[in-house]
Design a protein around this ligand. Structure first.
Ligand SMILES: [Zn+2]
Length: 469
């Protein structure tokens, strides 16, 4: 081998193609390439405790907390974390979870382990509805308290105005009931977060774009006008979980109940596509905001409404799903953004990374950064926006007329809300700060009164027998 051959064999590394660049440098390049910067005029906070990602429901269970790892990896690979306040929230406490859930249920969750053999009762009812869908796995209680803690942390950052848009992709577990697990959900972190928002906000709008009906949240706020729930979902009373959320499901029938007409549902058939879904979303959410005038909005971004989802049956692509978040953001209310279902992990991760970019107001390049960990999971295209509706496309069973009729029925419900006096702003909950001040004033007055009484006695002991006032 000649000397010149050795020289010719050596390919000088191209910028970006060399391993001498550290990961930080690669991310810094992505930040510049994608124009990522902190949003102007508002703050986005990101609430994620990595401990949640390690949980495992079991090898055959469709819920994979690992999808959160993939999501976070994409977000960090693009450098989006630099545009947000990132928090690692603590777990929710037992007491925080009993703000909604029954004590005995939380107590059960705190002590149950996979070694405790659960048995159904004589009526084939499992304790607290635990079983195949909602298995007992190692670390179950930690899992529940971690994802709930993240939603509470996010809600608190909104209520104390440290954040304008707060994101928790590990939350959004909308099926959990007061004393029962349901549909892979154990604790209803959404309900806990909304209860937190209600300490400061007179009216909270809850929007749910998971493919399944947001039944647990609807049920929790059934009898109040302080929360309006709006769920868009696949509906089949018999053959599709949870079988609720039909167009006649509008809240309590008695108009004297404040919750009447404050549960709105958009039941859909298989195969809805991008354009009709986004139009439908705007046609219902727009009037909801105009008429109800929420002071805070919570959006559950379940990714199982995407095309190609293992359990879903819609044809949505990532940009269409994201367009719903974008539209919701435009109302400018404090916004809590939560995860939910989503059973094709690579697409869940793509979606929630894209929706994070919407929150920070950045348009991402479609190719995933080459340094994204596990990038082979996104093959062959390695893109953020593959055509999802091509894989196992469902026929669209939602005719234009069917969709028009649904919109009309939602508008009909909103007419009742419009005429309802309880929507007025005077229905403001006590502000905790003001409550605290008032309590302190009372304590001060009490102490003064005691002091005064003591002085009075002292004076009385002095034999003067008269009061200063
Ligand atoms: Zn779902």
């Amino acid at each position: 081998m000649t000397r010149s051959a050795v020289v010719n064999d050596y390919n000088h590394p191209q910028p970006g193609a060399t391993s001498t660049l550290t990961l930080d440098e690669k991310v810094a390049r992505e930040i510049i390439k994608n124009g990522i910067q902190r949003p102007k005029g508002y703050v986005v906070s990101y609430h994620a405790n990595p401990e949640v990602e390690r949980m495992h429901f079991g090898p055959k269970h469709p819920m994979k907390p690992w999808r959160l790892t993939l999501t976070n990896k994409i977000i960090v690979a693009y450098g989006m974390h630099e545009a947000m306040d990132v928090y690692v929230p603590r777990a929710a406490t037992y007491q925080e979870m009993t703000e909604y859930h029954k004590d005995d249920y939380i107590e059960f969750l705190s002590r149950i382990t996979p070694k405790d053999k659960l048995e159904p009762d004589n009526n084939n009812v499992w304790p607290y509805n635990m079983g195949d869908d909602c298995p007992v796995f190692d670390g179950l209680y930690d899992y529940c308290s971690l994802y709930s803690g993240a939603s509470l942390d996010a809600a608190r950052k909104l209520t104390n105005k440290q954040s304008n848009i707060a994101i928790n992709w590990s939350g959004g577990l909308h099926h959990a009931k007061k004393a029962e697990a349901s549909g892979f959900c154990y604790i209803n972190d959404i309900v806990l977060a909304i209860l937190q928002l209600l300490l400061y906000h007179p009216r909270v709008l809850y929007i749910d774009i998971d493919v399944h009906h947001g039944d647990g949240v609807e049920q929790a706020f059934w009898s109040t006008d302080r929360v309006m729930t709006l769920s868009l979902h696949k509906y089949d009373k018999v053959n599709y979980f949870p079988g609720t959320g039909g167009s006649d499901d509008i809240g309590p029938r008695n108009n004297a109940n404040p919750g009447a007409h404050h549960s709105l549902n958009v039941p859909l058939q298989d195969g809805i596509d991008d354009d009709s879904y986004v139009q439908l979303f705007k046609d219902v959410v727009g009037p909801c905001c105009d008429i109800y005038q929420p002071t805070a909005i919570v959006i559950q971004c379940g990714a199982d409404s995407l095309g190609g989802d293992r359990l879903g049956c819609f044809n949505l692509n990532i940009r269409a799903h994201g367009a719903c978040v974008e539209y919701t953001k435009k109302f400018g209310c404090p916004l809590l953004v939560l995860g939910g279902g989503g059973y094709t992990p690579r697409n869940v991760a793509r979606l929630w990374a894209h929706e994070t970019s919407i929150c920070i107001g950045t348009e991402l390049h479609r190719s995933l950064p080459s340094h994204t960990p596990f990038i082979e999971h996104f093959a062959p295209d390695k893109s953020l926006y593959p055509e999802l509706s091509q894989t196992g496309r469902y026929d669209n069973k939602n005719s234009d007329k069917y969709l028009r009729d649904i919109v009309a029925s939602v508008h009909e419900q909103l007419r009742y809300v419009e005429g309802s006096p309880s929507v007025q702003l005077q229905h403001v909950p006590p502000d905790l700060g003001a409550v605290r001040e008032e309590m302190e004033r009372e304590i001060e007055e009490e102490r003064d009164a005691k002091d005064h009484g003591r002085r009075r006695k002292e004076r009385g002991a002095g034999g003067r027998g008269e009061y200063a006032h």
